[in-house]
Ligand binder design. Structure first.
Ligand SMILES: Cc1cc2nc3c(=O)[nH]c(=O)nc-3n(C[C@H](O)[C@H](O)[C@H](O)COP(=O)(O)O)c2cc1C
Length: 172
């Protein structure tokens, strides 16, 4: 296959997609931030990480807080997901503005989001800087999944496009 050499930053945009989550962080602030830099870092213990730019209001909250929650939105929450990825918690209470419902965490002091079908409560275990983002790694201390959760309705996001997962090509 003949390939054209392209700018590496443009190259990164060619990844098909990443999951998107709404994180809640800051025990008092209870701020929601939309994040697509999210990945699994270990299965045992179960570790997930989020990449947060130091210019976000939430960055300081992630640094200060011993825990955070990650909430997977379904496609019906696309407007709320976008809102929490465009507006800053330094100016407003995003729970109030979106009408999303905070639910006290079962095992951590940060809220989860009632309307999201999946919530992970995470205890922060590692923090490290990579280029223009800081990765906050949390151990999932409990996970809650809504009855009838369907991964096919979960939002994914990259390069300016919200999608859902597509065709199943093959099982493994
Ligand atoms: C779909 C989507 C994905 C995003 N992913 C990230 C991300 O992975 N890391 C990050 O730092 N900001 C990300 N952002 C930007 C922040 O969500 C946005 O700047 C937000 O307003 C910050 O909120 P805060 O000021 O309350 O911290 C994303 C925004 C959108 C819309």
């Amino acid at each position: 296959m003949n390939k054209l050499e392209i700018n590496p930053v443009r190259g990164i945009r060619t990844f098909p997609s990443f999951p998107v989550v709404m994180a809640v962080v800051g025990r008092e602030e209870n701020n929601i931030i939309t994040i697509s830099l999210v990945h699994v870092f270990s299965f045992s213990p179960p570790l997930v990480g989020v990449g947060i730019s130091p210019c976000r209001y939430s960055h300081e909250l992630f640094h200060r807080s011993p825990d955070f929650t990650l909430n997977i939105p379904s496609k019906g929450l696309v407007e709320e997901t976008l809102f929490c990825g465009e507006k800053s918690g330094k100016d407003m209470d995003k729970f109030e503005e979106t009408g999303l419902t905070p639910v006290p965490g079962k095992r951590v002091s940060t809220s989860t989001i009632a309307e999201c079908p999946v919530s992970f409560e995470c205890r922060k275990v590692h923090t490290f800087d990579t280029g223009d983002h800081t990765w906050f790694i949390g151990e999932i201390v409990t996970a809650s999944i809504g009855e009838g959760y369907d991964r096919e309705n979960a939002l994914i996001y990259w390069a300016g496009e919200f999608r859902t997962i597509g065709e199943l090509i093959r099982g493994r």
